[in-house]
Design a protein. Structure first.
Ligand code: ADP
Length: 542
């Protein structure tokens, strides 16, 4: 017997309808590519999304056609998202910092028919355009501009397109499993692969991230997603924001510390999200300007491990609670978030701090387990000590990659993340490393993340990467690549001494190399693959 309840498909259009109806006057604050601010609201975002849906339909696009976006976090980009997915097309967000060859590959692989782009990316579009075999329309997410027209003669302008259209549009009643958006993995460890989300997975993921034990979002928050909309859909925040009707502050291209401090202080941001490298910039800028980031109640750190020193600084210097979260493109991304349980309230300050360093526990909607082999099915203990291959399953987890028939899952239906971790009985997850970054020294494993976190605790180190270097006797040994803080005279010996009381002797890096810069991926992660190519043989040479 079936239940007698209404069936309402879980659709992205219902989120913008909700925000437009019930949160119409709640602000959406956006920094444009020319750094001017636009202050709009959910009512206008809703109306413009319908105008743009009309414009897309006038271009003759068919259901499930892909529309690419190469843009920063701004209000036009937000409107276009709802227009594209809401009208049954697929929104393909692209990381503009990819190498041009990768960019061409994924646009062609996705068969994108339209490319939307921010004015800043005009030279990039001009350069790759002849190689984009399937793109029919280029739309600049800005007002008309002659310089852009000169570079891309067939360009259309977003503002012109929506000006011609009415703000009425009947969102189609789609199958909730229909494709809604497409993100490629950023290729930190391999070739980019497409992950095709559905309306249903997106709506359920939004419920997942707003919950109190996840990001605890509500209509009372002012949220700043520093994480770009092309990085796993800004971790789903533009959808969640419409679902709860919070104020949204979109930082445009200004992701440097000083710009972020100014946005937080001016618009009284209460919750912000980003990768660790973003927060490093923010902390330095706030300390320099003397800002206490007074409005910021919490920040979400994910994408790479949050160094303990960062969590401490946010708490002690800025009275800001850090939520450490873990996820990946294949998981929409929320896989876990760190919020403590009632039984932890009585813990000592230090015990609680240690607990909060972990990547947290899974929200309802996803499940985690550890196995003793990559892609294996034999589960191992959830004892908080034994490490294993982290696997995940749930309502917003990938089944198969875009364009690939074969399942990406284990024989019993779990997705193997490629991360090595521990889990405890409460589900608290601690990522030791990515399997590709682990250092295998004489049959023992050393976590590069642990050694990096320790180095980051040194007051004179600005950034640290630990990689495996080939070794004639031990196969691999850890070496530390570090950037010193300005004016530091730190020496290799001092750093190695710093490790002495923190880690077993055999885990101390064999070498410290100071550099001026560490290569970062388009999403702000350290490119250890590149570092291994550059420094991976230094121990053989010495
Ligand atoms: P890419 O694989 O190109 O880096 P993703 O953004 O999908 O792109 O990266 C997901 C990976 O990032 C995870 O598998 C994990 O290794 C790492 N990661 C994400 N969040 C954290 C975190 N809080 N701590 C440690 N590693 C993390």
């Amino acid at each position: 017997m079936l239940g007698n309840m209404m069936f309402q498909p879980l659709l992205i259009s219902s989120m913008i309808e909700h925000a437009g109806r019930y949160h119409a006057d709640t602000q959406v604050i956006s920094k444009n590519t020319d750094t001017n601010m636009t202050i709009t609201n959910w009512g206008e975002v809703h109306q413009n999304s319908k105008r743009f849906a009309n414009a897309l339909s006038a271009l003759g696009l068919a259901h499930a056609d892909r529309v690419a976006t190469i843009a920063w976090n701004n209000h036009r980009h937000l409107e276009s998202w709802y227009a594209i997915s809401g009208s049954g097309l697929v929104c393909h967000t692209i990381n503009p910092r990819l190498f041009p060859e990768q960019l061409v590959f994924i646009i062609n692989d996705a068969s994108d028919r339209v490319v939307l782009f921010d004015k800043t990316f005009t030279p990039l579009i001009k350069a790759v355009k002849p190689l984009l075999t399937k793109v029919e329309h280029f739309i600049c997410l800005d007002a008309a501009d002659d310089a852009i027209r000169e570079a891309i003669p067939e360009v259309k302008f977003y503002d012109d397109l929506i000006a011609e259209q009415p703000a009425t549009f009947d969102w189609p009643l789609l199958n909730e499993n229909a494709a809604s958006s497409l993100c490629y993995t950023s290729g930190t460890t391999g070739h980019p692969k497409g992950v095709l989300y559905s309306h249903r997975s997106t709506v359920l993921h939004s419920y997942g991230i707003i919950m109190p034990d996840s990001l605890n979002l509500s209509a009372r928050e002012i949220m700043l997603p520093v994480v770009p909309m092309f990085h796993v859909n800004a971790w789903g925040t533009p959808y969640a924001a419409a679902m709860v009707g919070c104020t949204l502050v979109l930082p445009g291209p200004g992701l440097d510390g000083a710009s972020l401090v100014s946005l937080i202080d001016t618009y009284k941001v209460s919750v912000a999200l980003g990768v660790p490298t973003i927060w490093q910039g923010l902390i330095a800028a706030a300390m320099q300007s003397g800002s206490t980031l007074e409005s910021l109640k919490r920040n979400v750190v994910g994408g790479s491990a949050c160094p303990p020193s960062m969590l401490k600084t946010f708490k002690e210097q800025f009275n800001c609670e850090t939520i450490h979260a873990w996820g990946m493109t294949e998981t929409s991304p929320l896989g876990s978030a760190n919020q403590i349980k009632a039984k932890h309230l009585g813990l000592s300050e230090e015990e609680r701090f240690n607990l909060r360093l972990s990547q947290g526990r899974p929200p309802f909607g996803v499940d985690l387990r550890l196995t003793d082999a990559e892609n294996g099915t034999h589960e191992i203990a959830r004892d908080g000590v034994t490490t294993g291959n982290l696997q995940i399953k749930g309502s917003w987890i990938l089944n198969n990659y875009f364009g690939k028939e074969e399942s990406a899952l284990t024989a019993d239906g779990w997705f193997d993340t490629g991360d090595i971790a521990t889990l405890d009985a409460d589900g608290f997850l601690k990522i030791s490393d990515r399997s590709k970054d682990l250092i295998k020294s004489g049959g023992e494993w050393i976590s590069s993340v642990d050694l990096e976190n320790m180095a980051m605790g040194h007051p004179e180190i600005a950034m640290a990467a630990v990689i495996a270097a080939e070794h004639p006797k031990w196969d691999e040994r850890p070496i530390l690549i570090a950037i010193k803080k300005p004016e530091s005279q730190l020496t290799e010996e001092e750093v190695l001494e710093f490790y002495a009381d923190k880690v077993a002797k055999w885990q101390i890096p064999d070498k410290v190399i100071f550099v001026d810069a560490i290569p970062l991926s388009g999403t702000g992660k350290m490119l250890k693959k590149d570092l291994r190519e550059q420094f991976g043989r230094v121990l053989l040479e010495s």
